[in-house]
Ligand binder design. Structure first.
Ligand code: 3HC
Length: 311
């Protein structure tokens, strides 16, 4: 019988059909989706911290309103993704506990500090830009709830990317000091943004299996290359340079060649030694503890409400 289920699963995946929560699936498929979706959700909620730092310091009411909307969106993305992960038989509490105890990861990119207002622009343009390049293919992921969550998230990410681009353009075309601030932010966020796509393909533990299951539709290096090719002309129209002397168009490949990424830095950040790892996790744990009363009140209300319905 199990073979018949496995055969049906394989046939559905190869026919580009969606696997839904009640369908039979290999336990390894379930576990890999929980791993990726949970870490994606963790990235969204930790990702609120770097920019929240600038909400009270935004240079205008318009910028403040935009930034508040963006940070709220990231919280919403986290909730969609935790809900989608729960369809696989796990719980938000369990996933958050794994985050708080270092048993699950969040994206390396959020362990870097936001030193000036221009960082908000660089994050929107580069970090949310990289997220879009990585997440659009995920709209075609074989697991239904994840693919559907991505459709709405990608729409909101394009607003994030555009507001960041526009912020940088304003600074770049501003005073020499503003231009220098925008350039400094791009210099600091460029390489860590390339690391968001994951290790090189030949060092990627999950890619082969993830692509066989049509969770990952393109390899890490393929999407990283796509992102570089998108950013080069955008940097030109921003009037900013990218901090890579080896960056050049390669007519033969039809892509831009670019310099070596510092994978030692990447591994170091993953080990918890990035500039802000400790701060991000302790702030997350504190927010969780301080939010306990809200969770308890909501649960008590739900219980009372349910018993009222059944009496
Ligand atoms: N930061 C932290 N960990 C990373 C990483 C990164 N940038 N890139 C890879 N890793 C981890 C992987 O999770 C895996 O560790 P694990 O086994 O403990 O999970 C290990 O490094 C090996 O990497 P693989 O390439 O084998 O892993 P994947 O096949 O999972 O590929 C990925 C990594 C491309 C990030 C993939 O997981 C993915 O596409 N995830 C969904 C997208 C996502 O998580 N994006 C986070 C960006 S932030 C964001 O979207 C918020 C937005 O608002 C900006």
């Amino acid at each position: 019988i199990a073979d018949a289920y496995e055969a049906a699963f394989d046939a559905a995946v190869s026919a580009d059909e969606r696997i839904e929560p009640r369908d039979w699936m290999p336990e390894a498929y379930r576990a890999s989706l929980v791993r990726q979706m949970a870490q994606h959700a963790h990235s969204e909620i930790i990702g609120m911290q770097p920019e929240a730092n600038w909400i009270t310091r935004a240079p205008s009411l318009r910028r403040k309103a935009i930034l508040m909307a963006k940070v709220q969106d990231e919280a919403g993305h986290g909730l969609y993704l935790y809900s989608a992960a729960e369809t696989l038989g796990t719980s938000r509490d369990e996933l958050l506990d794994k985050l708080h105890t270092g048993r699950q990861k969040y994206s390396s990119i959020f362990n870097y500090p936001t030193l000036t207002w221009a960082d908000v622009g660089a994050i929107g343009w580069l970090v949310d830009g990289a997220a879009i390049t990585n997440q659009v293919p995920l709209c075609r992921c074989s697991y239904g709830p994840y693919a559907r969550a991505m459709v709405r998230i990608c729409k909101e990410e394009s607003f994030h990317q555009r507001q960041g681009y526009e912020l940088l353009l304003t600074l770049s075309q501003g005073t020499p000091e503003q231009h220098a601030m925008a350039q400094d932010a791009v210099d600091r966020w460029w390489w860590p943004s390339l690391m968001m796509f994951g290790p090189p393909d030949d060092a990627s533990a999950h890619s082969a299996q993830s692509m066989a299951w049509k969770i990952k539709r393109h390899s890490n290096d393929e999407l990283r290359q796509r992102f570089v090719d998108i950013c080069v002309p955008q940097a030109q129209s921003l009037g900013l340079t990218l901090p890579d002397p080896d960056l050049r168009w390669n007519e033969e490949r039809g892509h831009h060649d670019f310099g070596a990424i510092d994978w030692a830095e990447f591994q170091d950040v993953l080990k918890g030694n990035g500039p802000c790892n400790e701060q991000r996790i302790s702030q997350r744990r504190q927010a969780h503890e301080e939010g306990a009363w809200v969770r308890e009140a909501a649960a008590a209300y739900a219980d009372k409400h349910q018993t009222a319905q059944h009496t």
